[in-house]
Write a protein of this length. Structure first.
Length: 372
């Protein structure tokens, strides 16, 4: 008898996207019929840093070299970074920025990194979904975002799903972005993936959204409620005692965690009456020596709003570990290396369900100063 427990990763049928390789002729034919569809996601804004410093005074800090060094989001989140300004989208209150290792978008409402229009971003006709992504070290990492409460939120890791399915089937290199894409309708999109820009050697794909099949696959009311304060120190020695999701429940998380091998639920806690904060542990098919625990904020409509890494364990010679203290006022996450604390971050949750940083301590600097 086959076990119903989800403990061996997702299959192709489990993913919220159905990706099909098609011919260039089919791609072009659908494109010609879809040219009337408006796919642009950038509506209005500016790309001049002088305008940005004036219009966004108090929201961004800029140094003498016109690099953005800090962002003060509307929800209280503060983000330290070093980035070139590229574009400000007035309608969405978002920035497109360029960093040393790549480029990204960031919301000035939440301080969260989001997709950037630089990755040939395009939206569905109803403007509810868009293909976007970020880029690091010369490679683009595309994902699908959903527009929830006036914010773009990544809901599907397109790169991981593509690499788990198409790349393995065709025995080809993993995807490193796409060159062009469009929606035929609100549930079907097409992308062009160029393998060799000099010869325009490209593959073409049809992507169908299977959202309706996943919306009601997970009942949050069945998850045990945990009281605060709560210590979270889930590791390889104790995670097996908690509740393993079955295969149908696991599908709810297949978009954001497509490489998960198993999913274990510790419980749920309450920080916001409109948000369920779920404590979930997972291992990956790509690295079974790591065990990661996230605090996942889910709204009343079943949308995953934000995630926070609150525990980590590994089987390795250079031992790293993360534990957390979940208190009523805030969440304190502590990283350890070889048993010594290295970093402590304290976070809160805003009204929409986003985590934001309120305090950070670097113990490595303290230890070095004590050595002197």
């Amino acid at each position: 008898m086959t076990s119903d427990i989800f403990d061996n990763g997702f299959t192709i049928d489990d993913h919220p996207l159905l990706i099909e390789k098609i011919s260039e002729q089919e791609f072009t034919k659908v494109l010609d019929n879809s040219l009337k569809i408006e796919n642009s996601t950038v509506i209005s804004g500016f790309d001049n840093i002088k305008n940005a410093k004036l219009a966004l005074e108090g929201a961004i800090e800029v140094n003498e070299n016109n690099l953005i060094t800090k962002i003060h989001a509307k929800n209280g989140n503060t983000v330290n970074l070093l980035a070139d300004f590229e574009f400000y989208n007035i309608d969405e209150n978002t920035l497109s920025i360029i960093m040393d290792d790549g480029y990204s978008g960031i919301s000035l409402n939440t301080g969260k990194f989001i997709g950037t229009y630089r990755l040939n971003s395009f939206a569905s006709p109803n403007k509810l979904y868009r293909f976007s992504g970020t880029a690091y070290e010369g490679c683009a990492y595309p994902f699908v975002e959903k527009y929830i409460n006036d914010e773009w939120i990544a809901i599907i890791r397109l790169d991981d799903i593509f690499n788990q399915t198409i790349s393995k089937q065709d025995n080809q290199l993993e995807i490193c972005g796409y060159q062009f894409g469009f929606f035929e309708n609100n549930q079907t999109a097409y992308i062009k993936v160029t393998k060799n820009k000099e010869t325009d050697d490209s593959d073409y794909y049809k992507i169908y959204f299977k959202f309706d099949e996943f919306t009601n696959s997970f009942d949050l009311t069945t998850i045990p409620q945990k009281t605060l304060p709560l210590e979270v120190a889930i590791d390889f020695d104790n995670y097996e005692q908690f509740t393993h999701l079955n295969k149908n429940q696991a599908k709810f998380f297949a978009g954001l965690y497509p490489t998960a091998k198993e999913l274990v639920i510790f419980g749920k806690v309450s920080y916001n009456p409109n948000i369920t904060s779920l404590i979930m542990t997972f291992s990956n098919t790509e690295n079974e020596h790591e065990l990661i625990t996230h605090l996942i904020n889910i709204d009343k409509n079943g949308n995953i709003i934000d995630t926070l890494n609150i525990a980590y364990d590994e089987i390795a010679e250079s031992w790293s570990k993360t534990t957390s203290a979940l208190q009523k006022e805030q969440i304190t996450v502590t990283d350890f290396h070889d048993g010594d604390p290295t970093q402590e971050n304290s976070c809160k949750i805003d009204d929409k369900g986003y985590f934001y940083l309120v305090d950070s301590k670097d113990f490595t600097q303290t230890n070095h100063s004590n050595d002197n």
